[in-house]
Design a protein around this ligand. Structure first.
Ligand code: ZN
Length: 170
């Protein structure tokens, strides 16, 4: 296992479409192990493969708060097939530096995906878990949570980010 570097906005790989996974081999297991290590180290509750510059339809999620109770969820080629309700809460992202905002999401989603060995799965998620899934699936579609904000908020964020980057590169 190895920790990978998390890429941050505005790296192009975060905006590009991801490819479905068709081969379920040791390489995939290694990639998932690296993603889990990277997510736990950050720490974060979810990570999409394109956040470590691998443009594949793969996410890892763990919403358990404590290390002893870790429960890694691996979703390969996930998609939301049903959604209902509404929730609003503060969101941040490992690829969006020093910025959080309130984002509207579905309260409940039905997900179809494959597990790490390619077996199909289907489940319903609610509340915070549903929020994390929607956030990670957005990543796979080249979207960040800031893309879901009002254009005014998004413009302010972009200006701020530009200043940050200018400082970093100065
Ligand atoms: Zn994110």
């Amino acid at each position: 296992m190895a920790k990978r570097t998390i890429v941050t906005d505005p790296m192009p790989v975060l905006k590009e479409p991801t490819r479905p996974i068709t081969v379920f081999n040791e390489e995939l297991h290694n990639l998932v192990a690296d993603m889990a290590e990277t997510m736990y180290d950050a720490p974060g509750v979810g990570l999409a493969a394109n956040q470590i510059a691998v443009p594949l339809q793969l996410v890892v999620i763990d919403i358990t708060p404590k290390e002893e109770e870790r429960e890694l969820i691996v979703l390969v080629n996930p998609r939301i097939v049903e959604a209902e309700g509404e929730q609003c809460d503060e969101e941040g992202c490992l690829s969006v530096v020093d910025y959080t905002a309130t984002v509207k999401r579905f309260e409940k989603v039905r997900v179809m995906a494959q597990d790490i060995d390619g077996a199909p799965m289907q489940f319903t998620a609610e509340g915070f878990f549903a929020r994390v899934i929607q956030h990670e699936l957005d990543h796979l579609n080249g979207k960040l949570f800031v893309d879901r904000l009002s254009s005014l908020k998004r413009t302010l964020y972009r200006k701020r980010r530009k200043k940050q980057l200018q400082k970093e590169n100065a």
